[in-house]
Each structure stands twice: as structure tokens, then as C-alpha cells.
Design a protein around this ligand. Structure first.
Ligand SMILES: N[C@@H](CCC(=O)N[C@@H](CS)C(=O)NCC(=O)O)C(=O)O
Length: 207
């Protein structure tokens, strides 16, 4: 069985959990406390990911694949979650790179600082800049979603999974999603899919 090197609070890991669930692919999850350097041990760095980060999928033959969006591509290609049209395939890639360069470093990091670091963390000083840049990314998504139900073509794809993950929890980073009515409708549309799973299991409690 596949192993997902995972963390319940990581939106990057949730992207993978959501897609694997929607594809019906079973996996075992191993949780890492990323605030305590659990992904920086010599075993993790040598055997699992030399970049010291989750998510990583470990296959039965021992191969490990890191980078959430590469994992989405690996499992999503040739399924209903990846378009057949070449132009739309490139548009999916456009959104995946946008997510990693213009969205996640701001929307995800604000959530991390405000929910996982102590209240007196000096990193709180980063929040205003993260908000400026994160709001700019959300505005770009809002513009696209004004006229379309999903980010690429008219169908749900791995582009939506990649952007949904941190966007639907953006309020944990103190972003005001009520400013983005079309993003809110898109979030509801995705959450209402019959194959949807929540990021945080119902019985989950932060330690
Ligand atoms: N670009 C990577 C980012 C992965 C990442 O930042 N993972 C964080 C958790 S969300 C992590 O493992 N941090 C632990 C560390 O850096 O020590 C991806 O998309 O998978």
C-alpha cells in the first residue's frame, strides 16, 4: 500500500489526501510534527525527501515522490481530474505554478504563523505583507471564477484541488473571504461534491 508522509494541518498534504480519496486509491498516512523538525531527521532527508518537507508519497518499491503539485499530476493525469485538451493541460500547469509562487507562500504562510506558532512569535510582523500578496492572488482567482465554475475549462481538475486547499482555510490566516463571493461559491461547489472529504477529520483536536 502507498504511504503518504503527511501532516493533518498541511494544505499541501491535504491536496494529496483529497485527490487520492477522490480516485479511490488507498494509502497509509504517517504524521509528522513539522513544527518540531520531524521532517529534518537524517533518515527522512536521506530516504524520503532531501528537501525535508511533506507531503511525500512512498511507493511499494521504495520510490518517493515529493512536491504536492507533482504528486497531483502523477495521480491525476489520464483521469477525469486532468483535461485531455493540450491547451487546457497547460492551463492546469499555469494554475499549479501560480499556486506555488503567488498564492501558497502568502496564504499558507499566514495560516501557519497565526495557527501554529506562539502568539508572541516575531514572525507575526510578516502578516501585513503576506496579506497584501495573498489578497492579490485571491483577486486573480476571483476574476477567473466570476465567469467560470472551475479554474480550467468547465470541469473540476487538479488545478482546483491545488488552489482549493489553502484558499478554503484562508480565514485561519486572517484573510476575509467575504470579499470574494465567487471564490466562496466555488468553495461550496467543491465541498458539495459527493466524493469530498474534509481537511480536518471530525474528531481531530489540535494538541
Ligand atoms: N512546495 C512544497 C511545499 C511543502 C511544504 O512546505 N511542506 C511543509 C508543510 S506544509 C513542511 O513539510 N515543512 C516542514 C519543514 O520545512 O521543516 C509542496 O508543495 O509540497
Amino acid at each position: 500500500m502507498l504511504i503518504l508522509h503527511d501532516n493533518i494541518e498541511s494544505g499541501n498534504a491535504f491536496k494529496v489526501r483529497l485527490l487520492l480519496h477522490q480516485l479511490g486509491i488507498p494509502f497509509n498516512s504517517i504524521q509528522y510534527d513539522v513544527t518540531k523538525g520531524a521532517t529534518r531527521t537524517s533518515d527522512f532527508l536521506t530516504r524520503i525527501n532531501s528537501n525535508g518537507r511533506i507531503p511525500v508519497v512512498e511507493f511499494e518499491d521504495g520510490r518517493c515522490l515529493a512536491e504536492s503539485n507533482a504528486i497531483l499530476y502523477y495521480f491525476g493525469v489520464n483521469t477525469i481530474f486532468f483535461p485531455k485538451d493540450k491547451w487546457q493541460q497547460a492551463e492546469v500547469m499555469q494554475w499549479l505554478f501560480f499556486e506555488q509562487y503567488s498564492h501558497e507562500p502568502f496564504v499558507a504562510v499566514a495560516k501557519y504563523i497565526l495557527t501554529m506558532l506562539p502568539c508572541d512569535s516575531p514572525r507575526r510582523a510578516e502578516i501585513p505583507t503576506l496579506h497584501t500578496k495573498g489578497y492579490a492572488a485571491l483577486q486573480i482567482m476571483e476574476h477567473r471564477l466570476k465567469k467560470h465554475e472551475y479554474l480550467v475549462g468547465e470541469d473540476y481538475s487538479i488545478a482546483d484541488i491545488a488552489l482549493f486547499s489553502y484558499t478554503h482555510k484562508a480565514e485561519m490566516g486572517d484573510f476575509n473571504l467575504s470579499l470574494f463571493p465567487n471564490i466562496q461559491k466555488w468553495i461550496t461547489r467543491i465541498e458539495q461534491r459527493p466524493d469530498f472529504i474534509s481537511m480536518y477529520p471530525k474528531d481531530w483536536k489540535k494538541i
